[in-house]
Write a protein that binds this ligand. Sequence first.
Ligand code: ADP
Length: 566
Amino acid sequence: MSTTEAPLTDGFHLMIDALKVNGVATIYGVVGIPITDLARLAQASGIRYVGCRHEASAGHAAAATGFLTKQPSICLTASAPGFLNALPALANATVNCFPMVQISGSGGRGFADLQRGGYEELDQLAAARPFAKAAYRIAHVGDIGRGVARALRTAASGRPGGVYLDIPGAVLTQAVDAELAATTYWRITEPAPSQLPSMEAVDRALSLLAEAERPLVVLGKGAAYAQADVQIRTFLEATRLPYLPMPMAKGLLPDDHPQSVAAARALALAKADVVLLVGARLNWLLGHGEPPQWSPDVTFIQVDIDAGELDSNQPIAAPLIGDIESVTTALIERAPIHRLAVPPAWRDELHAHRASNVATMQRQLDENPSPMKFENALRAVRDVLAERPDVYLVNEGANTLDVTRNVIDMQRPRRRLDSGTWSVMGIGLGYAIAAAINSGDPVVCITGDGAFGFSGMELETICRYGLAITVIVMNNGGAYRGDEVNLASADPSPTELAPSAHHEHLIEAFSGVGYHATNPEELESALRDALNARAPTLIDCVLDPSAGSDSGDLTHLSPKSVVSPA
Ligand code: ADP
């Protein structure tokens, strides 16, 4: 280069500049053609690059980061197969309303469009579209800044979701004048602008609540995401309304809060006459708002950022469209005018039911079968975690998910991450990695032995980065349970996993610490040690193979043949 030529930059550097100017601090990914150098250069620039072992885990980590921080995080993948591996995470992020951006390198359009058999040829943009909130492709180096801005804005604003951003390898290597290039990217202003409800809508909602005989508030993971913890608590405590947290809203107020009716869930849903939904959809998780789970005469008020969500299942008598912080602030302001009061008969009924259910559950937890069942194992975990509100809990599985959700209380907001809207398996270690990286606090991932299989290789990632993650594998030797027998051949039954497995040896292969616990005392002691060590740990928790049921609480969703077996 002669001394008179202007300094050059290229697509790699522009992509990094555009991400950095927008505050992207971490990229989760798996390297490969054509983005290996992008990962290296991002790391060299000060962005934290976390290399996972499977793109789905990288995608789940980016999505969990979005949920925890309200900032879209990045999942970076190679072309075609690497790209495809991340799609389940992109779809899951979108379904759960978590902001993230999947950036995948791609091959030459000229090959893909004419199907010439190019290296890893695939129309990735078209393939991503059905799974993303939006999908964009950058065609020219000068559009990198615009593409990044568009992707981050779309992921974070309105109803958050997963966005796909395609970057052809040839664009990454395009060189341009550095001074001119610096004018092509920018920091987006207010990525998720506030959206205020009208006062008329607020008053309509409050007057319905004021007339209610059996009011109820349902807090969903949208409420946790909104980071309006103080406003939500202030509103609930000022009005003394009973509330029910959805699984990922647990801890928004401490689970032992006197107004929580989590332990009287069925009664609260069946009898409530006016229900305020805050960041919770009336989807399958809430029985679509239909009888018999709900009263046929129930009236719904719904707070959501997305007006298109309303009336998706039931009439919404009082829509409150806006962001949860603005809406709850308005509710707090106007509530005194409406003189909300919870009828004592309703409060007493809920309290009595809650006390009776808590006593029944305690009796179940106090039983001490050997080998362990889910209940006495999770009692031991509960006792340790009760003293550790700082711990993030990641939870997946079937029975493991159901029992853990009911047994383990959360004390702080956004400390519980779980299988979510799709009840999906495989989020476990990716979510755990994100929680550890973002918080620096210890993470406990309680996973079924079936669910663990979907992301188990990330044990190596956890060890490589020295993350304070403890994985507890609920080992009953099967998907659902481990005692099903195949009478037709010598093959294991469809639900069976290796009997007498020692999952702790898997983490030992990467110099992590493994424990094998066969009773609640061993489990409790292993968990205490693990949390104190703040090191990568796996506890293999041996359960009775007959513990658990088909699909856990979702047995009714698992179709059974109507014809009896031959
Ligand atoms: P859950 O599964 O806990 O019931 P859902 O995922 O069904 O929760 O619902 C979350 C809802 O929260 C979505 O409809 C989403 O549009 C909404 N939401 C997300 N963020 C916000 C926000 N900041 N303000 C208002 N609504 C939000």
